[in-house]
Design a protein around this ligand. Sequence first.
Ligand code: TXA
Ligand code: MG
Length: 355
Amino acid sequence: MASEGAADRSRAEVLRTTTPEAFAAAVVRATDRLRAGELVALPTETVYGLAANALDAEAVGRIFEVKERPRRNPVIVHVASGEMARRCVTAWPAAAERLAAAFWPGPLTLVLPRSREVPDVVVAGGETVGIRWPAHPFMQAVIRHCGFPLAAPSANRANEISPTTAAHVEAGLGDRIPLIIDGGPAQVGIESTVVDLVARPIRVLRPGMIDEVSLAGALAAEAEWGAGGRGNEGGGSAEALRSPGQLERHYSPRARLVVLGWRDEDDLRRRLEGLGVGRDGTHVLTYHRIPSADVAARVCVIPHDPEAYARAMYAEWHVCDRLGARTIVVEAVPEGATWRGIADRLRRASSPAAG
Ligand code: TXA
Ligand code: MG
């Protein structure tokens, strides 16, 4: 299922999972590769992951090579039971128990003190490890079959957009990895919420679709939650030490991405002129004040609720890149907790550093 152009370059085999037989066969194939120390791209509910045996330092090292990922950026460890999670850490505080009970399996990563079983390369030499129990049935089946946890960052080259379909993975990494499992389009669509349970107060390092209000609710009896505590808004220097990967130029399409608010179509036209971008090469991604199709080369409407928006967002950026957009103009999204993960990705993709 290669997107055109990628198919001839690609050497990766893509396995479907759409029948029970195909699913079971793909679990066996993926497990065999992972046991042999190889990498496999696997579906999760957030974005596709590039997986390796988390307890095999050499295998995890290959993840960094394939992604061209800086070694200082730690990788999330994926588990398929509470017991497997606890084997990777040296402390399992009440807050972990509450958050796991409320949100696992699901799009939440807990940062905890790391056990010595987890190799240095996984945690970038740090003293903590990020753990997640993903909800996708295929990912769960593979982890259970393997019997070991899987280290898996998003299955894209460093600085590119995270993949939400197997075709995205194939287009980006198909010439570098042997096996991609197609588990359908990702249901969440942006990366997991990362919560630091070692910091005091507890805080969000990377916002995602499990928002702070939900986290605070699950931690209601937990005195150490920084009430109203903000996530990684400023990306200041203390933050950088705690979560080095957050400073990378993540999540960027190749096109320049601009976030813009407008009152009506005339206002949008004026603003596009002000930006100095021509109609050609400009794609508008809108969800609320929808202009007519002729304001830009392409106008694309994304659903209005945050869950559906997140599910569609990266896929739309991928389409813009594939169609050769020079500028992606994204309608500004609302303030508020439910949109914070989306707003964070928009801010990163449009920051001057993201170029
Ligand atoms: O949804 C997700 O989390 C996806 C899927 C594949 O599970 N994975 C993902 O991985 O987004 P990655 O490597 O692209 O992003 C992991 C982020 C990095 O920004 C990293 O800094 C942070 O999580 N992280 C991982 N381990 C950490 C740790 N021990 N302390 C602080 N931050 C950590
Ligand atoms: Mg990533």
